[in-house]
Design a protein around this ligand. Sequence first.
Ligand code: NAI
Length: 484
Amino acid sequence: MTQPIKISVAKGDGIGPEIMDAVLRIFDAAKVTLDYEFIEMGKTYFEQGFGTGMTPAAKESLEHNGILFKGPMETPKGKGMKSINVTARKTWSTYANRRHFQSLPGVETVFSRAGIPIDITIVRENIEGTYGGIEHLNTNDVAICRRIISRPGSEQVIRFAFEMARKEGFSKVTCAHKANIMKLTDGMFLETFQRIAQEYPEIISNDIIVDDLAMRLVDRPQEFEVVVLTNLQGDIMSDLCAGLVGGLGFAPSANVGDNISIFEAVHGTAPDITGKGIANPTSLLLSGLMMLRFLGFVKQAADIENALRYTLEQGMHTGDFGDKSIPSIGTEAFASAIIANLGQKPRLSKPREAVEGVALFTKPIAPLKQKMMKAPDNAVKKIVGVDFFIESELLGSEIADKIQPHLASNQKLIMISNRGTMVWPSGSLFTECVDHYRVRVEGEMSQPEIFDFLSKLSSQFYIPSHEVLRTYDDRAGFSLAQGQ
Ligand code: NAI
């Protein structure tokens, strides 16, 4: 007999243990033969002095097993602690956040009342973007955040979306972006999408500006099947979709990587109802079903989902949703009802079939070193100047006067911008400024020459940061300022 698959389970904080116990009881009743290793992770472990919110044994368990099934967790506030949830997703390279939003019986929404069924899967890049958490207070008045988009990172998540579509029978994948404004970052994401889409000719691919997506999701959600997005945009659109199907309590989430994957409920620890036995276990259960499919328990996942839908059709509900004329039941009773209904099929919607998940799980093999991901790169690169930021309350023309004398004959002051809008050599007196300017100098410069130049200027200006201007073949690796 083959060994059961061992997974790491962290029950979490607040309502976490209540909903996790309920879900594991449903798994047992459906004959899911997983071996659970319960690990120490969450608020208590921050309080015990573990800066990452987990014990070394918990980390070891997870890195060995490759699967974490987790309840919601609380990160202590105001102590400089990074969110345990975000850290976990990033540390273990779970690059694709997959969330499924579907209309469920008994969960009334404006769309269910209008008879419009919703079935949307959002695939959100889970590591990069503004979630790099790279922020600096450049001046007392100006904070900046670096938004990192990488070609290999984009490729990973976009390929995941197409593979999922191919394996699970989706017909369309949409890329949402803001490449009309962020031409280099979102431009790279879109370009990668268009390149990878060519490898999946049987799948319809299209793209949409993210604000248009927001409107269309509310207006015509049935137009979308799979939507792939960068991190923050995906975060926001995921919650919008949760709203379409009745709230976060019905939105499961899988964080999938090549080695480690994390399955969790998307709601928080619900401190206001903790210990009352009334929490809704549906989000964690649906996340668990994604995990079961991922691990190959496709029949059990279909059985449980059919039993859940049947139970909802009977009008059974916890206090946070459902028909108020039918009395609500607690977490345990709701789980027991699903267990009693195992073997039943929903009548009002198509029963779920045992469909294989996107990736069949393989246990991680501990790498000897961190992996360097690199896209093919034959471009001829050339430094053509520098953008640098200065703290100053002077006018653009006054700044220009101070910089010009330091330029070599082959270097030229191109423009000065404030909050991305050009204020020198031309601009409008109506442009309102803050004490943080970007100065662009172009010309032949080596890296040491750039540092020498900035070093000279540093006696006159505080220079919090600079960016080298580089071309890749004939392509500028920098954006123009508005008005340039
Ligand atoms: P929350 O999701 O915990 O609660 C918001 C509201 O939804 C509350 O009224 C709560 O009672 C209700 N609610 C949430 N889940 C429910 C469930 N399963 N059944 C019935 N009602 C439910 O959000 P909040 O209050 O902003 O955050 C509380 C804590 O959770 C914070 O410490 C936060 O950092 C953490 N959190 C953790 C997450 C995770 O582990 N993935 C995600 C979001 C928040």
